[in-house]
Design a protein around this ligand. Structure first.
Ligand SMILES: N[C@@H](CCC(=O)N[C@@H](CS)C(=O)NCC(=O)O)C(=O)O
Length: 234
């Protein structure tokens, strides 16, 4: 007996927060998927053809086409919107118009402002250096934590307020994206969130969800091979 391959293939690596975001959405929906490893910094020719922005993730839906650009979608937000239409239940997009708009705004904030600060300012200076056999730039990571992160974390804390979820009264793309992107810092450093209690509690709730914990733990196992200990940022 042969297993039918999953329709959905995510090209990339769980080390990418955007790959983990897409994986979390698929898991929440019970949609079968595979992750096919692609090194975005040295991609094969076929990947260049399907990734116009030269980024991971790219999704392939094999039920549409098994190779070439047909059946592919680049960009995590576009991919998650596609999976929502293909697997509508449970919905991860709010039905209320305002809540929907807020969710998309918070998703975008996490994908851009938070990802730039945590990824370029903390994760890369530590992990990319270690991978190259160089000294990690802990000073840059600490500077980012001390000076760039506070207003971003404060905004994420206040945007949540007393609510359980960022938008509406159920899990949405906003919650998944904030958690997956924030975790990029936790992969390489201790992440004290005591000054942001709403965000800290939200992070712990999200961390407990199998859809978020599973892909994160895969990334963590990979990172720990090169970087056994996390750094202190303070
Ligand atoms: N907006 C894109 C961002 C994707 C992105 O930046 N991915 C990173 C990996 S985490 C990447 O491919 N970087 C390649 C590079 O910097 O050259 C999305 O949401 O998919």
């Amino acid at each position: 007996m042969t297993d039918t391959p999953a329709d959905l293939v995510i090209y990339g690596s769980p080390v990418s927060p955007f790959v983990r975001k897409v994986a979390a959405v698929a898991i929440e929906k019970g949609a079968a998927f595979e992750i096919e490893a692609v090194n975005v910094f040295d991609p094969p020719e076929w990947f260049r053809e399907i990734s116009p922005m030269k980024r991971i993730p790219v999704l392939r839906d094999r039920s549409i086409a098994e190779e070439g650009p047909d059946g592919t979608i680049a960009d995590s937000s576009a991919i998650c919107g596609y999976i929502e239409r293909k697997h509508p239940s449970p919905s991860l997009y709010c039905s209320d118009a305002y809540a929907h708009g807020r969710a998309l705004m918070i998703e975008e904030y996490a994908d851009t402002t938070l990802a730039m600060a945590g990824g370029l300012g903390i994760f890369r200076p530590i992990f990319f250096a270690v991978k190259k056999g160089e000294e990690p730039d802990v000073a840059k990571a600490r500077d980012t934590w001390a000076n760039t992160m506070p207003p971003i974390l404060a905004w994420l804390d206040s945007a949540l307020g007393d609510a359980e979820f960022y938008a509406g009264d159920a899990l949405s793309i906003a919650d998944i994206t904030v958690a997956c992107v924030l975790m990029q810092i936790a992969l390489v450093a201790h992440m004290p969130l005591d000054a942001y209690p709403a965000l800290a509690a939200h992070y712990e709730r999200m961390r407990a969800r199998p859809s978020i914990a599973g892909p994160y733990d895969k990334a963590d196992r990979f990172i720990r091979k090169a970087l056994p200990e996390r750094f202190d940022l303070t």
